[in-house]
Design a protein around this ligand. Structure first.
Ligand SMILES: Cc1cc2nc3c(=O)[nH]c(=O)nc-3n(C[C@H](O)[C@H](O)[C@H](O)COP(=O)(O)OP(=O)(O)OC[C@H]3O[C@@H](n4cnc5c(N)ncnc54)[C@H](O)[C@@H]3O)c2cc1C
Length: 398
């Protein structure tokens, strides 16, 4: 009997790889192993519509059970893989059983980074990554008046928007001098800071956190300068780290994420990786990248599946990403790292504009705020790597 194709990690990337394998005509056994109890689901709504109660569990799922039955994809939910034996082509599960594989894809994603400060283990100190995180967050949101969010990245700011809409007093604490600093220019940060302030959100910028107060439950956050921010709910949103333990335990190289080549192959025969957990060499950007986005999970999983059936193609995307805060949609195309100037078009005060990042004359990235057509045009322009058509035309397209 031929061993199955095995996918560890039943998230966005794992599911897309399974779907793609079937589309590509792979008709052997296909097993999708996930340690969460649900069928594969979308994470973005966890900090948006689902958190607000505007989306039910069924719509959160990426595919219904009927799909897996029809496509003959065996989903083993609630099953954790604990060890890989690359030489024997075998995976050990938490219950001690072993599964042979012909090809293995690691799509293990990321986990929320914890904060190593006093009080981080108090009740009411929460993170937001999985569907299991939502019930305690909703319960806390119902029970408290004051919410503190540590980290002004995308998840922190999206959560701030939801908590403010729920009528809570919200403070975002960010160590850097502005929110979203890691990925956008100061003008975009300023626009979102103003948006949040207009909704009553307080921003404590450029300040570290000393400790979380309260015992046994959180009552507040003490900042590095001694200021106390009252909070019965403290969301720790300080980024995510790739889940690489299985790969490292199997002797695979880890370089930020599980290191793969341009075709999603690790150095071990028949083992591939894709999605948030994988770092790959990008010829487009001249360096190794690890991306945390739906775009990357989907597109890299497609590339990994192609490689698994012997049709390897280099994966080298124009990354894109979105974030929803209140009624505002930010869409980012490209990577702005290394830009030396920006051009803004449209009037930020109108609520719809685009900001283009350049290195010399080369367009690197475009952030579009409530300008979806500008975003789509930017993606096409960047994919063609054509001479920039200029932010004016990009913004007008929005
Ligand atoms: C709250 C939130 C909001 C987001 N919003 C956006 C957005 O607006 N736009 C955007 O582009 N991206 C967004 N993202 C990011 C996007 O959801 C991720 O990039 C995407 O889910 C990555 O998919 P993945 O399959 O690589 O990893 P995951 O979706 O994390 O799936 C990995 C799965 O593998 C499982 N696993 C790990 N180890 C094992 C093991 N040993 N055995 C079995 N199973 C294992 C994990 O439990 C998990 O279920 C958001 C993420 C979060 C958390």
């Amino acid at each position: 009997m031929t061993a199955p194709f095995l996918i560890i990690g039943a998230g966005q990337a794992g599911l897309k790889a399974a779907e793609t394998l079937r589309h590509a005509g792979y008709d052997g056994d296909l097993v999708l192993i996930g340690d969460e109890p649900q069928l594969p689901y979308q994470r973005p709504p966890l900090s948006k519509a689902y958190l607000k109660g505007e989306m039910d569990d069924e719509r959160l799922l990426l595919r219904p059970q009927a799909y897996f039955d029809t496509a003959s994809i065996e989903v083993r939910a609630g099953t954790c893989a604990v060890r890989i034996d690359p030489a024997a082509h075998r995976v050990e599960l938490a219950d001690g059983s072993r599964l042979a594989y012909r090809r293995l894809l690691l799509a293990t994603g990321t986990r929320a980074r914890q904060l190593p400060i006093a009080g981080a283990d108090r009740a009411g100190v929460l993170t937001l990554r999985t569907i299991a995180d939502i019930a305690p967050i909703r319960a806390a949101l119902d029970a408290v008046e004051d919410v503190a969010i540590i980290g002004g990245g995308y998840i922190g700011m999206e959560f701030a928007a939801v908590a403010a809409d729920f009528g809570r007093r919200v403070t975002v604490i960010e160590a850097r001098p502005r929110v979203l600093e890691r990925s956008v220019a100061p003008q975009i940060s300023a626009w979102f800071e103003a948006l949040h302030r207009a909704r009553g959100v307080r921003l404590a910028l450029g300040t570290g956190v000393a400790r979380i107060l309260g015992d046994p439950a959180a009552t507040g956050v003490e900042l590095a300068d001694g200021t106390i921010i009252p909070a019965g709910l403290v969301l720790v949103a300080v980024g995510a780290e790739p889940v690489t333990g299985l790969a490292a335990g199997a002797g695979l190289a880890v370089d930020d994420g599980i290191a793969v080549d341009a075709c999603c192959r690790t150095a071990a025969p028949d083992i591939y990786a894709a999605g948030d957990c994988a770092s790959f060499p990008s010829a487009r950007y001249g360096r190794r990248l690890r991306l945390e986005s739906v775009q990357n999970a989907v597109d890299q999983a497609r590339a990994a599946a192609a490689a698994m059936v012997g049709d390897a193609v280099a994966y080298d995307p124009v990354p894109w990403f979105w974030s929803d805060q209140y009624d505002a949609k930010l869409q980012i195309a490209g990577l702005s790292t290394g830009y030396d100037r920006t051009e803004i078009d449209g009037d930020p005060d109108s609520g719809s504009f685009a900001l283009a990042y350049y290195a010399g004359d080369r367009l690197l990235a475009v952030d579009a705020v409530n300008a979806p057509r500008a975003h789509m045009l930017a993606r096409r322009t960047l994919a063609a790597d054509a001479p920039a058509s200029g932010p004016a035309s990009l913004a007008r397209a929005g």
